[in-house]
Every structure is written in structure tokens, then in C-alpha cells.
Write a protein that binds this ligand. Sequence first.
Ligand SMILES: [Ca+2]
Length: 76
Amino acid sequence: MTDTNEDTSEYAATFGMVDLDGDGFISLEELKTLMRALGQEISHARAVEVMVAADGSRDGKLSLAEFAAFMAANAR
Ligand SMILES: [Ca+2]
């Protein structure tokens, strides 16, 4: 979390919508739901790859900071 100037608040509202169970992290299942909502049908294996790529802390779920970085990287 030292190499980003991204404003995480920009993604906080989206994060809240994706975090279906409200535990403050995006789980693999929630990530898959997000990708489908974005119109990208995604396999379980592909979702795992995306999760691993975005999960900087390697805890198997995405924090708001990790989610913001992921969204920024995929924004264009
Ligand atoms: Ca969650």
C-alpha cells in the first residue's frame, strides 16, 4: 500500500455493493459476482487467478485498498 496514489474513497461505494455480506473484504465468491455484474462470465479458475493477482496481502480476500488498485488497473 505504498505505491499508490489512488483515492480509495472513489471506489468505496462500489466496494460496499460488491461486499455482499458486509464483512469489509471481497471474497472469491463476491469477486465472481462482480465480474458477472460487469458482463464478464468468469470461470472459477479464472476468478482464482484474478483474486491471486489482486490480493497483495495474500490473505485470500480483497481489502478496499486492494480492490481500488484492481479497479484502477482495469478501468481502461
Ligand atoms: Ca465480503
